[in-house]
Design a protein around this ligand. Structure first.
Ligand SMILES: NC(=O)c1ccc[n+]([C@@H]2O[C@H](COP(=O)([O-])OP(=O)(O)OC[C@H]3O[C@@H](n4cnc5c(N)ncnc54)[C@H](O)[C@@H]3O)[C@@H](O)[C@H]2O)c1
Length: 235
């Protein structure tokens, strides 16, 4: 019989590293050779929206070509053990493409666009293929921008994540440097989780509370260890 565990997976860029999508903390503060301030801030959009659009077009191209890796598949396998909520900082859609049924994107979804006008969260528009055109506008006439949360912007799904985290029995943190706030601060809301894991090749260097089991491992290796452990403990 299926147990009733509530599992929350909190993922970051390292989750998709084995799918060939670069993280940025590992590359000298540059993201695919760009300074974050030049491509991932509201100021960058004000200054040069064409550059920002083309940066994300390239990222979208890589995401479309990438495939979910064993760690994404492992997160799907967790659904055999109970209800699984994935809270991801990633803007790729690899969790969904692997088959996870409940994914909350904290920093948006690169496959979607939204208005750059005053009411940006009103609607999200699927982008056909990899290219968001410089001429695309929303029905109100504002230029379309990628549906991603830039540095310095509010995180629209933060409150929803904070409300859902206290029901977690199990918390699995994967591939995040926990440097990006407010997202990283969400972990404090998992107040009832009795089983907490962090999977990251640099887990022992991260600032993480002592009640976490630290696995210095890649996402795919770490996930298979955690799945084995959870099946043993909760069957
Ligand atoms: N795939 C994506 O969507 C993507 C990629 C790059 C950046 N971003 C954005 O940039 C921000 C970056 O913050 P972050 O904390 O998610 O990432 P980060 O780049 O700050 O940290 C990545 C972490 O992943 C770890 N890592 C590297 N290889 C790994 C592997 N094979 N398995 C497991 N872990 C591995 C690193 O040790 C590091 O701790 C996010 O908010 C996100 O929106 C997204």
């Amino acid at each position: 019989m299926k147990s009733m565990l509530n599992i929350v997976v909190f993922s970051g860029a390292g989750m998709s590293a084995e799918s060939g999508i670069q993280t940025f903390r590992d590359s000298n503060g540059l993201w695919e050779n760009h300074r974050i301030e030049d491509v991932a801030t509201p100021q960058a959009w004000q200054k040069d929206p064409d550059l920002v659009t083309s940066f994300y077009n390239e990222r979208r191209k890589s995401v479309i070509l990438a495939k979910p890796n064993n760690a994404h598949e492992g997160v799907v396998e967790l659904e055999e053990l109970g209800d699984v909520l994935v809270i991801t900082q990633n803007i790729d859609d690899l969790h969904e493409r692997a088959g996870s049924s409940n994914v909350l994107h904290l920093h948006g979804n690169i496959r979607l666009a939204k208005s750059s006008g005053p009411d940006q969260e009103k609607a999200y528009y699927p982008i056909n293929g990899w290219k968001l055109d410089n001429t695309s506008v929303c029905p109100d006439g504002y230029r379309l921008r990628p549906h991603v949360v830039w540095f310095g912007e509010e995180v629209p799904s933060y409150e929803k994540a904070a409300e859902l985290l206290p029901s977690a029995d199990v918390l699995i943190v994967i591939g995040t440097s926990l440097q990006v706030y407010p997202a990283a601060g969400l972990l404090q809301f998992a107040t009832n989780a009795q089983q907490k894991f962090i999977i990251d090749p640099k887990a022992d260097q991260l600032d993480i509370p002592s009640d976490f089991i630290k696995l210095n491992a890649t996402a795919s290796d770490g996930m298979s260890t955690v799945i084995r452990e959870l099946k043993k403990r909760n069957s």
